[in-house]
Design a binder for this molecule. Structure first.
Ligand code: NDP
Length: 241
Protein backbone atom coordinates (compact mmCIF):
# COMPACT_ATOMS: atom_id res chain seq x y z
CA UNK A 1 0.00 0.00 0.00
CA UNK A 2 1.16 3.53 -0.77
CA UNK A 3 2.17 5.68 2.16
CA UNK A 4 0.00 8.66 1.26
CA UNK A 5 -3.77 8.19 1.50
CA UNK A 6 -6.44 7.89 -1.18
CA UNK A 7 -7.87 11.04 -2.76
CA UNK A 8 -11.21 10.90 -4.60
CA UNK A 9 -12.02 13.54 -7.21
CA UNK A 10 -15.35 13.82 -9.02
CA UNK A 11 -15.51 15.49 -12.41
CA UNK A 12 -11.89 14.61 -13.10
CA UNK A 13 -12.25 14.37 -16.88
CA UNK A 14 -11.67 18.08 -17.53
CA UNK A 15 -11.00 21.52 -16.12
CA UNK A 16 -10.50 21.94 -12.38
CA UNK A 17 -11.00 18.23 -11.61
CA UNK A 18 -8.34 17.09 -14.08
CA UNK A 19 -5.90 19.72 -12.79
CA UNK A 20 -6.60 18.62 -9.21
CA UNK A 21 -5.92 15.01 -10.18
CA UNK A 22 -2.56 16.00 -11.66
CA UNK A 23 -1.64 18.08 -8.59
CA UNK A 24 -2.45 15.35 -6.04
CA UNK A 25 -0.79 12.69 -8.15
CA UNK A 26 2.37 14.82 -8.35
CA UNK A 27 2.19 15.14 -4.55
CA UNK A 28 2.26 11.32 -4.35
CA UNK A 29 -1.37 10.38 -3.65
CA UNK A 30 -3.19 7.40 -5.11
CA UNK A 31 -6.43 8.51 -6.75
CA UNK A 32 -9.97 7.54 -7.56
CA UNK A 33 -11.16 9.66 -10.48
CA UNK A 34 -14.85 9.75 -11.33
CA UNK A 35 -16.60 11.18 -14.42
CA UNK A 36 -18.87 10.02 -17.24
CA UNK A 37 -16.07 10.22 -19.83
CA UNK A 38 -13.34 7.67 -19.28
CA UNK A 39 -11.00 8.56 -22.17
CA UNK A 40 -9.90 12.01 -20.91
CA UNK A 41 -9.23 10.56 -17.44
CA UNK A 42 -7.15 7.76 -18.96
CA UNK A 43 -5.33 10.34 -21.11
CA UNK A 44 -4.06 12.02 -17.92
CA UNK A 45 -1.78 8.99 -17.66
CA UNK A 46 -1.51 9.15 -13.88
CA UNK A 47 0.04 6.30 -11.89
CA UNK A 48 -1.86 4.63 -9.04
CA UNK A 49 -5.20 5.88 -10.32
CA UNK A 50 -8.45 3.96 -10.25
CA UNK A 51 -10.75 5.36 -12.96
CA UNK A 52 -14.53 5.16 -12.70
CA UNK A 53 -16.74 5.89 -15.70
CA UNK A 54 -19.74 6.90 -13.64
CA UNK A 55 -22.38 9.56 -13.29
CA UNK A 56 -22.05 11.21 -9.87
CA UNK A 57 -25.83 11.00 -9.48
CA UNK A 58 -25.55 7.19 -9.62
CA UNK A 59 -24.74 6.66 -5.94
CA UNK A 60 -24.51 2.88 -6.32
CA UNK A 61 -21.87 3.23 -9.07
CA UNK A 62 -19.90 5.76 -7.02
CA UNK A 63 -20.11 3.50 -3.99
CA UNK A 64 -18.84 0.49 -5.98
CA UNK A 65 -15.95 2.54 -7.36
CA UNK A 66 -15.08 3.73 -3.88
CA UNK A 67 -15.04 0.15 -2.58
CA UNK A 68 -12.68 -0.89 -5.42
CA UNK A 69 -10.33 2.02 -4.77
CA UNK A 70 -10.29 1.51 -0.98
CA UNK A 71 -9.56 -2.17 -1.47
CA UNK A 72 -6.55 -1.19 -3.57
CA UNK A 73 -5.28 1.91 -1.74
CA UNK A 74 -6.81 1.97 1.75
CA UNK A 75 -9.38 4.38 3.20
CA UNK A 76 -10.27 7.62 1.47
CA UNK A 77 -8.80 10.66 3.24
CA UNK A 78 -10.01 13.37 0.85
CA UNK A 79 -13.14 13.67 -1.28
CA UNK A 80 -13.22 16.60 -3.70
CA UNK A 81 -16.84 17.19 -4.75
CA UNK A 82 -15.97 19.01 -7.95
CA UNK A 83 -18.33 17.63 -10.65
CA UNK A 84 -20.71 20.35 -11.66
CA UNK A 85 -22.50 22.03 -14.48
CA UNK A 86 -23.64 25.54 -15.26
CA UNK A 87 -26.37 26.31 -17.79
CA UNK A 88 -26.96 30.06 -17.96
CA UNK A 89 -30.37 31.29 -19.09
CA UNK A 90 -33.39 33.32 -18.09
CA UNK A 91 -35.58 30.86 -16.19
CA UNK A 92 -38.59 31.45 -18.48
CA UNK A 93 -36.52 30.15 -21.37
CA UNK A 94 -34.62 27.40 -19.58
CA UNK A 95 -34.94 23.72 -20.45
CA UNK A 96 -36.54 22.15 -17.32
CA UNK A 97 -34.24 19.15 -17.68
CA UNK A 98 -31.26 21.45 -17.13
CA UNK A 99 -32.90 22.94 -14.03
CA UNK A 100 -33.15 19.43 -12.61
CA UNK A 101 -29.68 18.33 -13.72
CA UNK A 102 -27.92 21.35 -12.19
CA UNK A 103 -29.46 20.64 -8.78
CA UNK A 104 -28.95 16.88 -9.10
CA UNK A 105 -25.25 17.14 -9.97
CA UNK A 106 -24.17 20.29 -8.13
CA UNK A 107 -26.13 19.64 -4.91
CA UNK A 108 -27.81 16.25 -4.46
CA UNK A 109 -24.86 14.17 -5.66
CA UNK A 110 -22.50 16.25 -3.52
CA UNK A 111 -24.44 15.35 -0.38
CA UNK A 112 -25.11 11.71 -1.25
CA UNK A 113 -21.48 11.06 -2.19
CA UNK A 114 -20.36 12.76 1.02
CA UNK A 115 -22.60 10.30 2.87
CA UNK A 116 -20.53 7.47 1.39
CA UNK A 117 -17.31 8.67 3.02
CA UNK A 118 -18.39 10.48 6.20
CA UNK A 119 -19.07 7.48 8.48
CA UNK A 120 -15.58 6.06 7.83
CA UNK A 121 -13.92 9.45 8.29
CA UNK A 122 -15.82 10.00 11.54
CA UNK A 123 -14.75 6.57 12.78
CA UNK A 124 -11.12 7.28 11.93
CA UNK A 125 -11.35 10.76 13.46
CA UNK A 126 -9.79 12.31 10.38
CA UNK A 127 -10.48 13.09 6.75
CA UNK A 128 -11.38 16.02 4.52
CA UNK A 129 -14.17 16.91 2.14
CA UNK A 130 -13.60 19.82 -0.24
CA UNK A 131 -16.73 21.15 -1.92
CA UNK A 132 -16.25 23.29 -5.00
CA UNK A 133 -18.59 26.24 -4.68
CA UNK A 134 -18.33 29.42 -6.70
CA UNK A 135 -18.26 33.15 -6.44
CA UNK A 136 -21.82 32.57 -7.74
CA UNK A 137 -22.50 31.04 -4.32
CA UNK A 138 -21.83 34.45 -2.76
CA UNK A 139 -23.47 36.91 -5.14
CA UNK A 140 -26.14 36.98 -7.82
CA UNK A 141 -25.50 37.41 -11.53
CA UNK A 142 -27.92 37.90 -14.44
CA UNK A 143 -29.14 34.65 -16.06
CA UNK A 144 -27.64 32.64 -13.20
CA UNK A 145 -30.84 31.97 -11.18
CA UNK A 146 -30.58 28.18 -11.08
CA UNK A 147 -26.78 28.00 -11.02
CA UNK A 148 -26.72 30.69 -8.29
CA UNK A 149 -29.27 28.61 -6.38
CA UNK A 150 -27.18 25.46 -6.60
CA UNK A 151 -24.00 27.18 -5.48
CA UNK A 152 -25.67 29.10 -2.63
CA UNK A 153 -26.93 25.69 -1.52
CA UNK A 154 -23.42 24.22 -1.78
CA UNK A 155 -22.07 27.03 0.42
CA UNK A 156 -24.82 26.58 3.02
CA UNK A 157 -24.46 22.79 3.09
CA UNK A 158 -20.67 23.01 3.32
CA UNK A 159 -20.90 25.22 6.39
CA UNK A 160 -23.54 22.93 7.92
CA UNK A 161 -21.44 19.85 7.21
CA UNK A 162 -18.40 21.58 8.63
CA UNK A 163 -20.20 22.26 11.92
CA UNK A 164 -21.62 18.73 12.04
CA UNK A 165 -18.20 17.15 11.59
CA UNK A 166 -16.01 19.48 13.63
CA UNK A 167 -16.23 17.38 16.78
CA UNK A 168 -15.28 14.27 14.77
CA UNK A 169 -12.01 15.85 13.61
CA UNK A 170 -13.20 15.75 10.00
CA UNK A 171 -12.65 18.88 7.89
CA UNK A 172 -15.25 20.15 5.43
CA UNK A 173 -13.85 22.98 3.30
CA UNK A 174 -15.23 25.27 0.64
CA UNK A 175 -13.20 26.33 -2.38
CA UNK A 176 -15.13 28.98 -4.32
CA UNK A 177 -13.55 29.94 -7.64
CA UNK A 178 -14.16 33.05 -9.69
CA UNK A 179 -13.74 32.81 -13.46
CA UNK A 180 -11.62 29.88 -14.63
CA UNK A 181 -11.00 28.84 -18.24
CA UNK A 182 -12.60 25.38 -18.51
CA UNK A 183 -15.34 23.55 -20.39
CA UNK A 184 -17.99 24.88 -17.97
CA UNK A 185 -19.68 27.09 -20.59
CA UNK A 186 -20.50 24.01 -22.69
CA UNK A 187 -24.08 23.84 -21.38
CA UNK A 188 -24.93 27.46 -22.17
CA UNK A 189 -26.31 27.79 -25.70
CA UNK A 190 -24.91 30.33 -28.13
CA UNK A 191 -26.41 33.81 -27.97
CA UNK A 192 -26.36 37.03 -25.98
CA UNK A 193 -25.96 35.35 -22.57
CA UNK A 194 -22.87 33.42 -23.64
CA UNK A 195 -21.48 36.44 -25.50
CA UNK A 196 -21.94 38.65 -22.42
CA UNK A 197 -20.09 36.16 -20.21
CA UNK A 198 -17.25 35.82 -22.70
CA UNK A 199 -17.03 39.58 -23.28
CA UNK A 200 -16.65 40.24 -19.55
CA UNK A 201 -14.04 37.50 -19.23
CA UNK A 202 -12.11 38.97 -22.15
CA UNK A 203 -12.33 42.46 -20.62
CA UNK A 204 -10.50 41.25 -17.49
CA UNK A 205 -7.80 39.47 -19.46
CA UNK A 206 -9.27 35.95 -19.20
CA UNK A 207 -9.95 33.62 -16.30
CA UNK A 208 -7.61 31.72 -14.03
CA UNK A 209 -6.25 28.39 -15.23
CA UNK A 210 -7.49 25.17 -13.57
CA UNK A 211 -4.04 24.62 -12.04
CA UNK A 212 -4.59 27.79 -9.95
CA UNK A 213 -7.61 26.19 -8.27
CA UNK A 214 -5.88 22.83 -7.89
CA UNK A 215 -3.05 24.61 -6.06
CA UNK A 216 -5.53 26.17 -3.61
CA UNK A 217 -7.13 22.77 -2.91
CA UNK A 218 -3.73 21.15 -2.36
CA UNK A 219 -2.59 23.92 0.01
CA UNK A 220 -5.78 23.62 2.08
CA UNK A 221 -5.52 19.81 2.25
CA UNK A 222 -1.84 19.81 3.15
CA UNK A 223 -2.40 21.79 6.34
CA UNK A 224 -2.22 19.66 9.47
CA UNK A 225 -5.56 17.96 10.20
CA UNK A 226 -6.31 20.37 13.07
CA UNK A 227 -6.08 23.39 10.73
CA UNK A 228 -9.20 24.11 8.69
CA UNK A 229 -9.09 26.59 5.81
CA UNK A 230 -12.87 26.84 6.00
CA UNK A 231 -13.36 28.89 2.90
CA UNK A 232 -11.10 29.90 0.04
CA UNK A 233 -12.42 32.32 -2.58
CA UNK A 234 -9.97 32.36 -5.46
CA UNK A 235 -10.53 34.55 -8.52
CA UNK A 236 -8.54 36.54 -11.05
CA UNK A 237 -7.16 39.70 -9.42
CA UNK A 238 -8.72 41.66 -12.27
CA UNK A 239 -12.24 40.24 -11.68
CA UNK A 240 -14.31 43.03 -10.13
CA UNK A 241 -17.75 41.37 -10.25
P1 NDP B 1 -15.71 21.47 -16.70
O1 NDP B 1 -16.97 21.51 -17.52
O2 NDP B 1 -14.41 21.58 -17.41
O3 NDP B 1 -15.70 20.18 -15.78
C1 NDP B 1 -16.86 19.67 -15.20
C2 NDP B 1 -16.57 18.25 -14.77
O4 NDP B 1 -17.75 17.74 -14.10
C3 NDP B 1 -16.27 17.33 -15.93
O5 NDP B 1 -15.19 16.51 -15.59
C4 NDP B 1 -17.53 16.51 -16.08
O6 NDP B 1 -17.21 15.19 -16.51
C5 NDP B 1 -18.03 16.49 -14.65
N1 NDP B 1 -19.46 16.17 -14.57
C6 NDP B 1 -20.50 16.94 -14.96
N2 NDP B 1 -21.65 16.27 -14.77
C7 NDP B 1 -21.31 15.07 -14.26
C8 NDP B 1 -22.05 13.93 -13.85
N3 NDP B 1 -23.39 13.89 -13.94
N4 NDP B 1 -21.38 12.85 -13.37
C9 NDP B 1 -20.02 12.86 -13.28
N5 NDP B 1 -19.27 13.92 -13.63
C10 NDP B 1 -19.92 15.00 -14.12
O7 NDP B 1 -15.88 22.68 -15.68
P2 NDP B 1 -15.02 23.17 -14.41
O8 NDP B 1 -13.75 22.44 -14.27
O9 NDP B 1 -15.01 24.64 -14.49
O10 NDP B 1 -16.03 22.77 -13.24
C11 NDP B 1 -15.64 22.11 -12.05
C12 NDP B 1 -16.38 22.74 -10.89
O11 NDP B 1 -15.93 24.09 -10.72
C13 NDP B 1 -17.90 22.82 -11.03
O12 NDP B 1 -18.52 22.46 -9.81
C14 NDP B 1 -18.14 24.29 -11.33
O13 NDP B 1 -19.42 24.71 -10.93
C15 NDP B 1 -17.04 24.92 -10.49
N6 NDP B 1 -16.70 26.30 -10.85
C16 NDP B 1 -16.15 26.61 -12.06
C17 NDP B 1 -15.87 27.93 -12.37
C18 NDP B 1 -15.32 28.33 -13.70
O14 NDP B 1 -15.26 29.54 -14.00
N7 NDP B 1 -14.92 27.40 -14.56
C19 NDP B 1 -16.10 29.02 -11.42
C20 NDP B 1 -16.64 28.57 -10.15
C21 NDP B 1 -16.92 27.26 -9.90
P3 NDP B 1 -18.03 14.31 -17.58
O15 NDP B 1 -18.69 15.26 -18.53
O16 NDP B 1 -16.97 13.45 -18.20
O17 NDP B 1 -18.99 13.52 -16.75
Amino acid sequence: MTSLPLVVITGASSGIGAATARAFSAAGHPLLLIARRLAPMAALGLPEAELAEADVTDTAAVSAALARAEERFGPVDLLVNNAGLMALSAVAEQDPALVQEQFDVNCVALVKNSQLVLPGMQQRGRGTIVNIGSIAGKQLYDNHVVYNGTKYAVHAMTEGLRRENAAHGVRVLLVAPGMVDTGLLGNTGEGDVLDGYNDYKKSIGGGLVPDDIAAAILIAYQQPQHVSFREIVVAPTSQDA
